[in-house]
Design a protein around this ligand. Sequence first.
Ligand code: C2O
Ligand code: CU
Length: 463
Amino acid sequence: MVQISRRQVLVGAAGLATFSDIGLQKTFAADGFLELTARTAKVRLSGASGPESDLIGYDGQVPGPTLRFTQGQIARVRFRNELDVPSTIHWHGIRLENAMDGVPGLTQQAVQPGSSFDYEFTPPDAGTFWYHAHVDSWNQVARGLFGALIIDEVQPAFDPEDDHVLVLTDWKLTAEGVFDSESLGNVFSWSGAGRIGNFLTVNGVEGPEIAVATGAAQRLRLINTSTARVLKLKLTGVEAKIIARDGQPLAAPQDLRGSLKLGPAQRVDLMAEFPPDSAAELKEVSWQDIVLVHFTPSLTSVPRPAPALAAADLPVPDLTKVRWFPLRMTGGNLGSLEEGAKVATMAGDMAMHGDEPVLWAFNNVSRMGDEPMFQVASGETVGLRMENTTFVDHAIHIHGHDFRQVPQDDSETPDETWFDTILIGSREVLQVAFVAGKPGKWMIHCHMLEHSVSGMDTWFRVV
Ligand code: C2O
Ligand code: CU
């Protein structure tokens, strides 16, 4: 059985060949499993006439195919590993059963070369998510093992032609324009801000043109799949509203003013109505303006009212009953680990860690051990008091849960935005709370993947 994405059909029918979202054909096995194969891929990152890079990709594509499932309906993916190294898939941001979370040594055994693993879960939330390798992710994600994961509302909020997936990726290329694999294990970057690249792509292409329908609100789903780069984004030539963060709709859309920081693994959904003559662009503005996307308002469409997303349906932390735990970040090149810092080891984790350097710690422990950082009961409200004593930012991700910030001063009104990954600046303190969800072993780590491999990994148990 072959399913062709609705977008591909529409774009094909409209005859517009600029650049569309990643519309792809997916095959399903007879038992209803969608098959996804990790294998090597030759990709021309620096343009159609540029040199080929040796990457790895799902179905040999970078990014991998955009997977779309429906909220509340079972999703089945058969992952085949045709690489010569073990791998797994993590479904970032999905509140799924722990056994499907894809963490080697913690929730499953790594999938060996030539083997496969069946992932099966029912996504409870509609929104913008992504999937990526979780074995040596600093290496495998950097080389291309990631893709967008869209969970559609049962009645999709936006028409397919109004719904755009933008996978934003930072690459490090050599002067020749090929993937710089030499820089992958560079300890200097591991102990600093992470491996920051020098080339940005959207859906695998530099500065693509994306056709947007005029007369109807467009949904732009931005996903930062970079291993370390915090994107500072600006949309010019059009006004936009933020309608969701990390997949979860905001209670009320917020105007997008100025620039927006999007940390590694974070997502933001924007809604914008493009005027017919607009020359709107999405830019990265950290150092100099880099045009990420040129929007071409070339599809005319029947005017449609702007849809509203259904409210996020998540258990709300009870701030009168929080069990607080510290998450103190230390290490890096300038901070250095404190005396007494330990390196934890885990039986199943041993295979995953070789002799990579240990540079960072949570609560003075580097890496994950057999014992959790804490244990809570499902339904309990958990608070994490994060303290970043280091000289760089971190992007802290909690698996299987969405959390909110808790003001440090009771007089502040709490921000009701949900996150699964949050940026914490150097020397910053940040408090978050969430309701412990499904039972199992859930990871907490820095999504600057070079920090994760060199120590910023831990886990907690929900019983
Ligand atoms: Cu997207 Cu454990 O990560
Ligand atoms: Cu970090």
